[in-house]
Structure formats: structure tokens, C-alpha cells
Design a protein around this ligand. Structure first.
Ligand SMILES: N=C(N)NCCC[C@H](NC(=O)CCC(=O)O)C(=O)O
Length: 445
């Protein structure tokens, strides 16, 4: 039996834009109101997926969501035809309108938390869509994320789908962006590390002062319960509130782990010594490579600028690891020097590959944000909807689809164009046929 870590990358949707919606996310705010290029964004994402496929990785695609989200606008009291709903909202409530146009579902690290069968009490792969309550534009994602995941992992013998947690800040959940799994290999029970930013019910634990902590301890605990994880393979660790206040809005902006490697900044966590001892004890006898980056090597500010830790750490077919980094890391002299030196050390990491995902980076989404990891064995993999798996044919087909339907320029003013809705729906309708997803979108139901 083989075991794989499969990356399901978010396909960037046709309304990709820069609306400055994410307070606490430095890139989102500093690029607010600039003009985006949805076509380039989608193609950058596809090129990364294809490159990983060509490296021998198993790679999948996760469909974007329907935007503008007319259903939500109707819930908020806008009425009439779809075109009237959009016009009224754009004129009367531009901030709400911009939020319902966001293509933020592209960052599939926030789509769900996933626990592989090796860790769960019933041996099934468990999925819980993230409720993303902290940001209005993202809180619109969980229902459709759940439907898309069910259409991809549509076999109750192997896959268990949970409803997202209650839509309330007390259970603020940002999915896999705050979840790291270490394991000897993908088929062995691993240690699932849940990182939270604050507690909803215990005012005595520290919390950030400036920017919001999006993930609560109580949400992380609920996910671990739902997924049937044992205490012996679960660790809860608090993110350092000081780094949240410097723009580390998800833990995957400051740490990444894969198998026996944990790569993180020295300031990432609170209570590091005792928590790392717990992680090592629960991992077992084999030593974990704890690769700590000090502030004298790379500051938190530089990590936030370059997304050094929002890299993918992947295991190649020969068992060595590669880092998939954004070109922002390559362009930064200290960070690129750090990575060049890192691959010469005595750790499994031997290669760095740089990718241009600048369209996503300008909204605070690096290579790791763009993918949801799902560890699967052969039988489970065979039960995944094959139409969502990357291949030379699918890559060509999706590039043609993007060329046909996407704009190469979208300003904030362009979001008011009523044509955008029909363009977007036509594209998504065709996409559900390509990916054989059925009717997952509200406009199809
Ligand atoms: N770190 C991970 N896993 N994901 C990155 C998510 C970026 C996303 N940006 C946005 O939603 C910006 C949208 C805008 O401003 O238009 C967010 O802040 O939630």
C-alpha cells in the first residue's frame, strides 16, 4: 500500500481583485484598490500545480466559488433581478459589495482541516470546512467549500464530512492554515499540531493587541474531537500574539511542517520548549528536525514580506524534500541566501524551487495558502473524483478555459460591471462539467 500527500490547489476565480478586505494581512491592505489580473493569477496557480505534477507529486484542483455572491446580497435585503441586486448593493453599500466579489476561496489552506485515516478513530479521512468567521468576505465560503469537498471526496466508506463549526467568533476556525501534521511517513499515525491565536472563553491567556487572532483554542479542540483524534496524537500550541500583531494572521505565515521536519521562526510560538518536547514525545523515538530561523537570520517582518514560511515542504519520490517558495524569497538577498544555505545542511531538504504567484501574494497568499493537503492511501486515492486530478490534459483544458473566460484586468470600478456575474457563472458552469462536480453552486441549484 502506498501513501501520498496530495495537494489540492485552489483555482483562482474570475473575480480575483484587490479590495483590501483583510485587516491584519499586510499585503491585502497595502495593495488595496490596485488593479488585478485574474487571467494571470489563474495561470500562475495552474503553472505551480503542473510543475508539482511533473515532479511526480499527486496534485489535484479545487474549484473556486460563485462571485459576486448574489445569494448573500439577497439575504442582506437587496432585491429585484440579479442585475438590480448587484447595482443597488454596489451603489448603496460598496464595502459589502466588494466583499461579495472576493475570489478568496483560492486560498484552499483555509478551505478545511483534514485528518488522514491513520490518525482518526474510525480510520476514515475527516474533513471540516473552516467557518472563517473573522472576515465577512471569507465567512461566505464554508457551505460551498463543503459541497465542493463532498463532490471530490464522495465515498462515505473512506471520507467523513463534517459541518463547519458554529458561525461565531468564539469558534473562529481558519482550517489547515493553523494545522500541521508531522509523521514518520504519511501512512503512520502522526502528530496533529493545532495552532490557535486566542481563547474565546479564557480571558487569562494572552491575545494580540493590534490585529485579530482569527483562530480560537476552542475551535481547534472542537475539530480534534470531531475528527476522532486521540490525545496521544494531538498538540495545541499558541501562536505568539506579538507576531500576529506584526502581520502573521495565520500560523502558516511563520511555520511549516512535513513528515519529520518542522521549519519555523524563533518567535512563532508561546511556550515553545514544553510544547516542542510534547510534540517530540508524541512523535516517537525518531528525532524531528526542528529547523528554527532566528531573527538575526530573517526577521518576522522579512518573513511576512517574503513568505519564507508560506512555502510548501514536499517529499519527492526519492524521499528527499523540496521547498516550493514564492519568487519574493528569491528576490530578497537575505532570504535567498538563507535558503541556499539551508539545502546544504544535514536535513532532508535538498532543493528549493521558486514560483511566481505574485497575483496571489499581493493579497497575502503564498504557495502554501494556495493548497489543501490530504494524505491518502492507494484505495482512498482511487475513491477521489478522478476529474479533479491534475494531468497534462487537465492542465491544457483548464488553461483554455481560463483563456476563454477570464479578464486580464479588473479594477475595483470594474467590479460594478453587471456583465461580470454572467461571465463568472458561464465559466463556473463549464468548470463543473470539466471537473465533474455536479451542481455545487447556488446559481445551479
Ligand atoms: N495564509 C493562508 N493560508 N491564506 C492566506 C489568505 C489570504 C486572504 N486574503 C484576502 O482575503 C484578501 C482579499 C482582499 O483584500 O481583496 C486572507 O486574509 O484570508
Amino acid at each position: 500500500m502506498h501513501h501520498y500527500e496530495v495537494n489540492f490547489d485552489g483555482l483562482v476565480g474570475p473575480t480575483h481583485n484587490y479590495a483590501g478586505l483583510s485587516y491584519g494581512n499586510v499585503a491585502s491592505l497595502s495593495n488595496a484598490k490596485s488593479t488585478s489580473n485574474p487571467k494571470a493569477a489563474a495561470k500562475q496557480g495552474l503553472a505551480k500545480m503542473k510543475a508539482l505534477h511533473d515532479m511526480g507529486m499527486v496534485q489535484g484542483v479545487l474549484a473556486p466559488q460563485e462571485r459576486p455572491d448574489v445569494t448573500t446580497l439577497r439575504r442582506l435585503g437587496f432585491s429585484g433581478s440579479d442585475a438590480e441586486v448587484l447595482t443597488q448593493a454596489a451603489q448603496q453599500a460598496p464595502a459589502i459589495y466588494h466583499a461579495v466579489c472576493s475570489a478568496s476561496s483560492m486560498w484552499t489552506a483555509n478551505a478545511a482541516t483534514v485528518s488522514p485515516g491513520a490518525d482518526t478513530v474510525d480510520g476514515k479521512v475527516h474533513f471540516t470546512p473552516a467557518n472563517l468567521t473573522n472576515k465577512f468576505h471569507r465567512s461566505l465560503e464554508p457551505q460551498t467549500s463543503g459541497r465542493i469537498l463532498q463532490a471530490m471526496f464522495n465515498n462515505s466508506r473512506y471520507f467523513e464530512h463534517h459541518l463547519h463549526l458554529p458561525d461565531n467568533e468564539h469558534f473562529g476556525d481558519e482550517g489547515a492554515a493553523n494545522h500541521t501534521r508531522l509523521c514518520r511517513n504519511y501512512g503512520h499515525a502522526g502528530v496533529e499540531i493545532f495552532t490557535y491565536g486566542r481563547s474565546a472563553f479564557n480571558p487569562n491567556i494572552p491575545a494580540p493587541q493590534r490585529y485579530p487572532a482569527r483562530q480560537t483554542l476552542e475551535a481547534s479542540q472542537a475539530i480534534a474531537r470531531l475528527h476522532g483524534l486521540s490525545d496521544e496524537n494531538t498538540v495545541f500550541i499558541q501562536q505568539n500574539p506579538a507576531v500576529i500583531d506584526q502581520g502573521v494572521f495565520h500560523n502558516d505565515v511563520i511555520a511549516v511542517g512535513n513528515q519529520n521536519v518542522f521549519f519555523y521562526h524563533e518567535d512563532a510560538f508561546l511556550d515553545k520548549e514544553s510544547k516542542f518536547a510534547e510534540i517530540q514525545r508524541k512523535f516517537g523515538d525518531d528525532p524531528i528536525h526542528f529547523i528554527e530561523v532566528s531573527s538575526s537570520e530573517v526577521t518576522v517582518e522579512e518573513a511576512v514580506q517574503t513568505y519564507l514560511f508560506n512555502t510548501q515542504l514536499i517529499t519527492l519520490q526519492d524521499g528527499t524534500m523540496a521547498i516550493i517558495a514564492p519568487t519574493e524569497c528569491q528576490e530578497h538577498p537575505r532570504v535567498s541566501a538563507y535558503l541556499a544555505e539551508l539545502v546544504t545542511r544535514d536535513t532532508p531538504i535538498r532543493q528549493v524551487h521558486y514560483f511566481d504567484v505574485k497575483q496571489s501574494m499581493r493579497n497575502g497568499g503564498g504557495p502554501a495558502c494556495l493548497r489543501l493537503r490530504v494524505a491518502l492511501n492507494d484505495t482512498e486515492l482511487a475513491a477521489v473524483n478522478p476529474a479533479v486530478m491534475m494531468s497534462d490534459e487537465l492542465f491544457a483544458r483548464l488553461n483554455q478555459w481560463v483563456d476563454k473566460h477570464y479578464r486580464d484586468e479588473l479594477s475595483i470600478a470594474d467590479l460594478q460591471d453587471p456583465q461580470l456575474l454572467s461571465e463568472s457563472r458561464t465559466a463556473l458552469d463549464e468548470l463543473t462539467q470539466i471537473l465533474k462536480l455536479g451542481s455545487v453552486y447556488p446559481f445551479q441549484r
